[in-house]
Design a protein around this ligand. Sequence first.
Ligand code: NAD
Length: 278
Amino acid sequence: MRKQVVVLIGTGSIGQAIVRRVGAGKHIVLADLKIEAAEKAAKTLEDAGFEVSAVQTDLASRESILALIDHSRQFGDIMNLVNAAGVSPSQAPVATILKVDLYGTSVLLEEFGKVIAEGGSGVVISSQSGHRLPALSEEQNTALATAPTEELLSLPFIASITDTLKAYQYSKRCNVLRVMGEATKWGRRGATVNSISPGIIITPLANDELKGSRGEGYRKMLSLCPAGRAGTPDEVGDLAEFLMSSRGRWITGADFLIDGGTTASYFYGDLQYLKATH
Ligand SMILES: NC(=O)c1ccc[n+]([C@@H]2O[C@H](COP(=O)([O-])OP(=O)(O)OC[C@H]3O[C@@H](n4cnc5c(N)ncnc54)[C@H](O)[C@@H]3O)[C@@H](O)[C@H]2O)c1
């Protein structure tokens, strides 16, 4: 029997929280560079009553994304796309961050934009980090939003990045702009696409950081943000669920900052001291 299909790339806890909310009664494709991660998520979700399949996918490769689309379409129409895959500044060198987070996400939006079903929706997980970058020029914004995907990494202001934090911030800014550019195309198919920019969300990795040698700095930062704590994957899931629901049909090409007020505080409040380091 053909089903509606939800595709999740990046099967960490943020991605899982989202598909748990939108995947009941559908087929959920769990795609990750690490097949063990996809299979682990598949077991958890299967044991909670979801229909799933796990597949190895490299977001940085167009060929791999096309294979993911082929795999997904065998189950039915692709109704939802969730991109929660990514590498952070402390996990990878500049070239990998740009290839996965900036280029890969752009290719993903381009290719799924050709096959997304009418009434469908997509969500890309960006980051509050992209909001810390100063305003770019109109020309740079237009290039990140609309340049052919194969030209993105050769744009002079991208090709000259040497610092992993900058690579991450430009990638996340690009995610937001690319979503705006792609929303104009997804709309012609009757589909919406938005980005979500989370602040610090507690995942196993973030929890290790909080308890580790740099933990004190993190805990201070969290206590000083307006919400006074980190976020949870479920809170991001709730926002994504709304955007992907029937109530979110008039929302597309938009970015949603969900950070407990951290960005507000970074610019105008107690977290301004971070400007010296971020
Ligand atoms: N956790 C946070 O505090 C936080 C905050 C802001 C934004 N984000 C963003 O949320 C997204 C998910 O992060 P998370 O915290 O759940 O991290 P995570 O590491 O738990 O999940 C990311 C997943 O992406 C996969 N991945 C990495 N490279 C890939 C590739 N080339 N192709 C396919 N999969 C790949 C990893 O194997 C991993 O399973 C990322 O884009 C991250 O930048 C996270």
